[in-house]
Design a protein around this ligand. Structure first.
Ligand SMILES: [Zn+2]
Length: 218
């Protein structure tokens, strides 16, 4: 058996298609959101390799990330480099993001993903103090579960990395956890969407795979 979990960051428009695929194939996923970056209307937040990155509206967010198999986790309020934040700002980013998400979704929020994947001991200690269950890094190493430090929960591989299937096979051989992550705006065109859907379908068709959201593991 292998437990498969995935997470996607930043709450962007391309997540609409991603959530559809997750539902269609019966997978589970965690979405790491920054409530301070959503407004009443959608807006373009930037570009990635020529692809426009649109932030979802508050209404979109509340409607999209709901239902069986979906977890909402905090990615801070405003997506700063937390290790450079003042103590007051750090406390606020962790507490306020969770409070807003719990209000929007009327469900406990216990997970965290580090903006830019960056953190230090002070950030980890504040997460622990506030009662977060885990925090995801972007280390991309074969996932050890349970992690030695839940505030350094390392994913196995980026969702679009060529090492995706070898990393999956290693996790399966170890009866372990396979954890992939990414941003849906990195899926740039139709061939990439089809390749990603084929991966998702292959995982969902595997009788050895058991899906979990991040927080279900903890
Ligand atoms: Zn992010």
């Amino acid at each position: 058996m292998v437990t498969v979990t995935q997470s996607w960051d930043d709450g962007i428009l391309d997540d609409v298609r991603l959530v559809e695929l997750i539902r269609k194939h019966g997978a589970k996923a965690t979405f790491n959101l920054n409530p301070g970056r959503h407004r009443l209307e959608r807006y373009q937040g930037g570009k990635h390799k020529g692809h426009e990155v649109w932030n979802l509206s508050v209404h979109d967010v509340k409607a999209l990330y709901r239902g069986p198999g979906l977890e909402v986790a905090s990615h801070s309020v405003t997506h700063p480099h937390l290790e450079r934040s003042s103590p007051g700002a750090l406390e606020w980013e962790l507490a306020e993001s969770r409070k807003i998400l719990e209000d929007w979704f009327q469900t406990p929020v216990r997970g965290f993903a580090y903006p830019f994947g960056s953190y230090n001991d002070t950030v980890k200690a504040e997460l622990r103090r506030q009662g977060y269950a885990y925090a995801r890094t972007v280390a991309n190493v074969d996932t050890v579960f349970p992690p030695a430090d839940p505030m350094e929960f390392h994913p196995s591989v980026h969702a679009l990395n060529p090492d995706f299937w070898p990393a999956f096979e290693r996790a399966k051989a170890a009866n372990g956890v396979f954890y992939f992550w990414g941003h849906s705006y990195e899926i740039l065109d139709e061939p990439m969407w089809q390749a990603f859907e084929a991966n998702l379908a292959r995982l969902c068709a595997d009788p050895e795979v058991r899906w979990a959201t991040n927080v279900e593991l903890f």
